[in-house]
Design a protein around this ligand. Sequence first.
Ligand code: 4AD
Ligand code: MG
Length: 481
Amino acid sequence: MKTKKVSVKDLLESGECNKEVEISGWVRTKRGNKQVNFIALNDGSTINNIQVVVETENFSEEVLKKITTGAAIHVQGLLVESSGSGQAREIQAKVLDVLGEADPDKYPIQPKKHSLEFLREVAHLRFRTNVFGAVFRIRHAMAFAIHQYFNEHGFYYLHTPLITASDCEGAGEMFRVTTLDPKNPPLTENGEVDYKQDFFGRATNLTVSGQLEGELGAMALGKIYTFGPTFRAENSNTTRHLSEFWMIEPEMAFYDLNDNMDLAEDFLKYLIKYALEHCMDDLKFLSARLQEEEKTKKAEERSMELIEKLNFVLTHDFERLSYTEAIEILKNSKQNKSGKFQYPVTGWGVDLQSEHERYLVEKHFKKPVILTGYPKEIKAFYMKQNPDGKTVAAMDVLFPQIGEIIGGSQREEDYEKLVNRMREVGIPVESMSYYLDTRRYGSAVHSGFGLGFERLLLFVTGMGNIRDVIPFPRTPKNAEF
Ligand code: 4AD
Ligand code: MG
């Protein structure tokens, strides 16, 4: 009988038994005695290993010696129902080939509990652990679900540029892109670097957001989304900030702020539901791991079990309230009055810190929150100005553990108001003429938001540090792998 090459996932899920199979993978563990060895083999297709049963008398000692944790092997044998507990089926090995050895004295990933901090130092190998296998399979599933959601809902995937000359968020936290010689750049008469002589004939940077170009697309295609890397040179060394992160930015013509909030809530729930429906094995593993960690905490500091938490978000309406209402709640909170916030809430106008966001979500409302109507001073220039002259039609979605997971707004569609605001905050109106054309010609109400992909993954996986949900994290002073 001709055998077929399949994945561990296929083998474990197929109902078939008593047939010849071939499989390649990496050894997770080997245990046993003189007569029989049991190899737990994993090929990345699932968190579950397939057990390979090896009658030692059928193989040379030399081959068996090379089968150590981390080694790549190829197995041919009979897939049978397992007599042991813990697995439904196993392979009785007939042929064993060692494809690549992993010297046990040197290979860093040994079959014991490694700290996440240690694994960050060997980020190139951490994919081979159960935790990171689970995280990156879920990352894939979420990326797929995002495209599926938008495709099902009539959005077009628009590729916005990574190199731009604009600063969407106006925060000046950009990485310069240049081919000028840093030691000897051409200078203008005023002694400043002459970017006219640079590669693009102007100063350029890596994008902080695809929104501005996204708006241009939405004002013709109707509903678009971007999904790509964005770059921020902010010196934030927190568990929620990356210098290079992925953002999903839908932008919709004829959507007002309420439509925007409805979309954001529906979208997030769809993604969480998708994870529950497609990633249960990985979620169960991550949940069990978290439960172990939680045991070390005081009862009142323990958080909800992962799968329960995901279901909870799915089945509850997000609380919607204004920034002004939120400030009142925060100002009058016990936490604030007893000085427990690192940044005391003094009154209207202050920017919210993640401790405030999390207080609203975790302690006060005990569910996700959408805040609207922020002071215009703490938000970007493009947001729709409210009639009160003080606030803008912003919306931030706040999640437990994370704080802000989505930032968005209705956009200012009025040409005069937008230009005036740009002048006020010092945005060079002339170089943004292309953007203003959407307001000059066929302008209309439109809205959009940005979802931080890694922040979504923090929530779905329950991981505590954003460096552990992106394959190769870039953070200040860190771009090793
Ligand atoms: O709130 P932000 O800065 O909004 C924008 O960039 C808008 N242009 C989006 C839009 O309306 N199209 O960022 C959006 C989201 C945040 O809510 C957060 O989830 C994530 O991006 N984010 C980060 N994630 C990881 N590391 C960072 N340094 C992040 N900065 C923002
Ligand atoms: Mg924001």
